[in-house]
Design a protein around this ligand. Structure first.
Ligand SMILES: [Zn+2]
Length: 202
């Protein structure tokens, strides 16, 4: 009996962990917050970063920022094919140089079904820390530069729809409204299952 109870508790715990580590979908308010710097690289930071990488690969993305899992910290993970970097986790990243301009189609894991043209710098120089606390400098071009800019925007509470061309923004407006409605629906269903509401119903 005890063994069964232990198993149940373990399963509930796993299910809960799995539930919290999911990609936050627009228009969740956390996506609009300016994230706080990571002050210390402890086990929680390393573990969450690893889980973020797994989540990003599962979703077939090339980048994911901490606010996209509801964690308002200046940490991103990215893995762009062809980049000459071993690190995949970047802490407190800052763009220190931008060059050129290029318009390309862009998507975001927090905006399922939304694609639009966004102007970005063609080249960037970025400073960030890795999980060992080493300060690194990267020069990036093309898709790699785009991913840096997209993810660093996330930790500043800026979203790619803010920078979308007017034509693209118009084209995706219907889908954005749909995502807003779906979010409202999820919010009200959470309220229904909240303990205080259940108690009131009884
Ligand atoms: Zn994004």
């Amino acid at each position: 009996m005890n063994y069964e109870l232990n198993c149940l508790a373990f399963l509930a715990c796993c299910a809960y962990n799995y539930f919290i580590m999911e990609i936050v979908i627009y228009p969740a308010p956390v996506l609009r917050l300016k994230a706080k710097p990571v002050e210390e690289i402890d086990d929680t930071v390393s573990q969450r970063a690893e889980e973020m990488l797994e989540l990003m690969y599962e979703a077939k993305g090339v980048g994911l920022a901490a606010p996209q899992i509801g964690w308002s910290k200046r940490l991103i993970v990215k893995d762009v094919a062809g980049e000459k970097i071993d690190d995949k986790v970047f802490i407190n990243p800052v763009i220190i140089e931008e060059k050129g301009e290029v318009i390309e189609e862009e998507g975001c894991l927090s905006f399922p079904g939304v694609l639009g043209k966004v102007m970005r710098a063609e080249q960037v120089v970025v400073i960030a820390y890795n999980l060992k606390g080493e300060r690194l400098e990267f020069e990036a071009v093309g898709l790699d530069a785009r991913v840096w800019q997209h993810e660093i925007d996330h930790i500043d509470g800026r979203l790619f729809i803010d920078k979308m061309s007017p034509a693209s923004r118009l084209a995706v407006s219907g889908r954005l409204k749909e995502l807003e409605r779906e979010y409202q629906k999820r919010q009200s269903s959470y309220q229904i299952s909240a303990p205080s509401k259940l108690k009131a119903d009884v």
